[in-house]
Design a protein around this ligand. Sequence first.
Ligand SMILES: [Fe+2]
Ligand SMILES: [Fe+2]
Length: 400
Amino acid sequence: MAAERIDQIIENVRSLPPLPAAVEKVIRMADNPEVDPNEMAIIIHNDSSLTARILRVANSSFFGLSRTVGTVSQAIMILGFQGVKNLALGMSVLDRLQPRQRTSSLPIEDIWRHSMAVASAARMMTARTGLSEPEEAFVAGLLHDMGKLVLMNNFGEEWELLLEIDRAQEKRLYQLEKEAFGMDHAEVGFVLCEHWNIPAKMSRIIAEHHLPPKRKQTVGEEDVLCYAVQAGNSMAKIAQIGSSGDSHVEGTLLEIVDSEKLTKEGLRQILLALPEEVSKTEAFLKMGSAKETLTQEEKTKPPAIALIVEDDGEREILAMSLLSMGYSLVNFQRSHDGDTRLVAVIADKSISPSSIEELEQRGVPVLDLLEWKKESHTEGKASMHIPSLRSWLKSKLAHY
Ligand SMILES: [Fe+2]
Ligand SMILES: [Fe+2]
């Protein structure tokens, strides 16, 4: 049974849309010191939504900068490659992890609030040690529990039941998850990292956030980030900001204290500063949500879909359904145009490998209409069942 459940989890992760092509490129470029900042700015400019978000977050109280950041090039100069990379990564992952089911005893907002507290604490800790990138620690903290959303979406009530056991017993939530589903949320988080090509350093922090810390003598820079997230996890629980569904705190909290840079007193100051820091990061999260970050121009420009459908009549029914759902239509050949917001291609015939590759690079999925026909037993029939078509479209286009 465990093997089946692991397969189900992995399949679910694979069905999540990839990160936008621009974000993947920014992640790759950020670790290459040879990259020209202008080159990175051009990549970001090609994605208008990413551009708007980076500028808004750069100008928010989150960074507390004294001057206005007006252009992407300025944002790169002020925040650095790593800062911009982490912003782009954090925001696009949040976009893609929307809950399909809601748990009644643990609202999703509580999990994100907990994650924000972990992120803020980890950021403050690494800023004090000066050893690691504070923004890297922030994003790792923000994403550390993201595997829980996949478990929640797949196992709903059953996962919720584990929260009750965690509350009542000695066993920790991640141990209960492993027993019930064959994987715990940290491992699921790692699968998500692999799916989205999230850099190895961050994947490791997410995967290992429930492992016991190593001995202090062998600590490297990467370990500092791991510790910061682990200690941040404990502090968020102690300060009771949000809720993670896991009510235990390990006694290893003080493992991170081993230099004058981060003393016990320093940790306490961070704990006390946490509530205010979290309210600043809430602005970051709001800006990470797709619906709230659309610019005026984007609001008036509905997301576009291209149809590659053999039969004229079927194509028209599909087109009208999409229009009535608030999408616009675009000719596939003309969808390369800079100002078209192409979000998906729906096809029932083959597309050339070069087009597929190009769509993949742009992060545009191709939805197979034949899949719906099979599911709805419409194959070979002259009519299309509209409620079933619309609900298929809705489920496939939920992220756009
Ligand atoms: Fe966790
Ligand atoms: Fe956590």
